[in-house]
Design a protein around this ligand. Structure first.
Ligand code: NAD
Length: 476
């Protein structure tokens, strides 16, 4: 069996200790993982800093960096079956989704490979005839990338791709839950030929690994994805090193269905919008706002589709919903449903974990139309639970859509172009999908505001965020 190791300064090693990793399909340990603590974090950051200052990374051209990223993308495509299998085994994400996701994860690296030599400075037309003034774009330095357990290959690609293209070096901390795909990815980084120290990959716990990494004086930028509570700790930590931060956090994204929408198409989008990845997705369309006149018809469609979903072992290609990643996640969902029922929410389907081994929870629909205080409307489940509200008018839809501390994603389903435009203007979220949901591309920036964080991933802007300008004045 694979022995998973940390990757520090171009060398694989066992770490300070080893901890069991659970198979979410059975709830039992299937292997053990290396744990990074203070010493490993310090050595990883020192290696990344040395690689950034003395090289050979800073001496390589942007085109050479791009070629390495392209090689990495090719290796990922070749290793896709292994990466998908490991992600499925260690996190419970279904094989159909992990397999599909690797393809576009590789595309993110390809996009940033192509962008590496297109990050340009500027010439400034200063009002002095004997002066040449220009801006150089330079990489910010050592980047600490921290990801949660869902979609670790994707969430790290949107950080490493732009950071490496810009010329930064990276210490990537995989989640302690399900780190196998990223520890395997470290082997591809090595095989691609990145110089030692340019990318270091660790896993470990928040208090003993993440904490040391985010307070380290040699870290210049922290790119964090996770929950808002952890993000607050990370931002407090950044006061130590005055590192800049980009935060991709949770969501409680509204999925708005008007009575003129194509209800079948909206129902399909809603089902994948909430139940894909067993609901463990930051952009999950977890709050359905449906216009009162079509509420019953739409819920009937959703119920039928939800109950037809095939829940089974995640490594079966026919499975549509697999287990949650952790027992902690399952228990949080159970408690939030119970608290919502206490406030008047009604279970339309699902609502209780499946009996037997593993962390299985069925697709669940909770009608909260008469339960405005239900926590299901305000709190992120990060699981396959859809909270339903209804509305009478467009104004009410907008008001309810924006009644959230989050601001990540949103969906609008209508055949009216003018209404779609009004909703696009009015919704406070980083993404608005109209008559579609969940579409992503390396070219399109992604991110939120409020409790959903700040900063953008994807697109040129993300690469520029890993640079700073240097103003040069040259007397001629
Ligand atoms: P989490 O916040 O508990 O953990 C995320 C990471 O932070 C883990 O690697 C963890 O070890 C680390 N960490 C914990 N304490 C730390 C500390 N003090 N200092 C530094 N690092 C520390 O998140 P989770 O529960 O694993 O993941 C779920 C959350 O992630 C949800 O809220 C979800 O919405 C969010 N998420 C957001 C996006 C996005 O792009 N916006 C994508 C996926 C997930």
């Amino acid at each position: 069996m694979d022995r998973f190791q940390l990757y520090i300064d171009g060398v694989f090693e066992d770490g300070a200790a080893r901890f069991p990793s659970l198979d979410p399909a059975t709830g039992a340990a299937w292997t053990d993982m290396p744990e990074a603590r203070e010493d490993e974090v310090n050595r990883a950051v020192t290696a990344a800093h040395r690689a950034f200052i003395t090289g050979p990374w800073p001496k390589m051209t942007a085109t050479q960096r791009g070629k390495l990223l392209m090689k990495l993308a090719d290796l990922m495509a070749e290793a896709a079956p292994d990466l998908a299998r490991l992600e499925t085994r260690d996190t419970g994400k279904i094989i159909r989704e992990t397999t599909a996701q690797i393809t576009y994860v590789a595309d993110y690296y390809r996009y940033y490979a192509g962008l590496a030599d297109k990050i340009e400075g500027a010439h400034l037309p200063i009002d002095k005839p004997d002066m040449e003034v220009w801006l150089r774009r330079e990489p910010v330095g050592v980047v600490a990338s921290i990801v949660p357990w869902n979609s670790q290959l994707f969430l790290s690609a949107v950080k490493l791709g732009p950071a490496l293209a810009a010329g930064c070096t990276v210490v990537l901390k995989a989640s302690e839950d399900g780190p196998a795909p990223l520890l395997h990815f470290a082997r591809l980084i090595h095989a691609a030929g990145f110089p030692p120290g340019v990318v270091n990959i660790l896993t470990g716990f928040g208090a003993t690994c993440g904490q040391v990494l985010t307070t380290h004086p040699k870290v210049a930028h922290i790119a964090f994805t996770g929950g808002p509570g952890t993000a607050r700790a990370v931002v407090r930590n950044s006061a130590e090193n005055l590192a800049s931060t980009s935060l991709e956090l949770g969501g409680k994204s509204p999925f708005i269905v008007f009575d003129d929408a194509d209800l079948d198409s909206a129902a399909n989008a809603q089902v994948s919008g909430i139940f894909a990845a067993t609901g463990q997705s930051c952009v999950a369309g977890s709050r359905l706002l449906v216009q009162a006149g079509v509420k019953d018809a739409f819920l009937a469609k959703l119920k039928e589709k939800a109950e037809a979903i095939r829940i089974a072992a995640p490594d079966d290609m026919a499975t549509e919903v697999g287990p949650l990643c952790t027992a902690r996640q399952r228990d949080h969902i159970i408690a939030t449903i119970a608290a919502s029922q206490a406030k008047g929410a009604k279970v339309i389907t699902g609502g209780a974990p499946l009996p037997g081994a593993g962390f299985y929870f069925p697709p669940t629909i909770l009608d909260c139309s008469s339960a405005p205080e239900a926590p299901a409307l305000a709190e992120e489940f990060f699981g396959p639970v859809l909270a339903v509200e209804s509305f009478a008018t467009e104004e009410e839809a907008l008001e309810k859509a924006n009644a959230t501390a989050y601001g990540l994603a949103s969906g609008v389903f209508t055949r009216s172009l003018t209404r779609a435009h009004r909703m696009i203007r009015g919704i406070r979220a980083g993404v608005v999908w109209v008559n579609t949901y969940r579409a992503v591309s390396p070219i399109a920036p992604f991110g939120g505001h409020g409790l959903s964080g700040h900063g953008r991933e994807g697109g040129l802007a993300a690469a520029l965020d890993y640079t700073r300008t240097k103003t040069v004045w040259l007397r001629t």
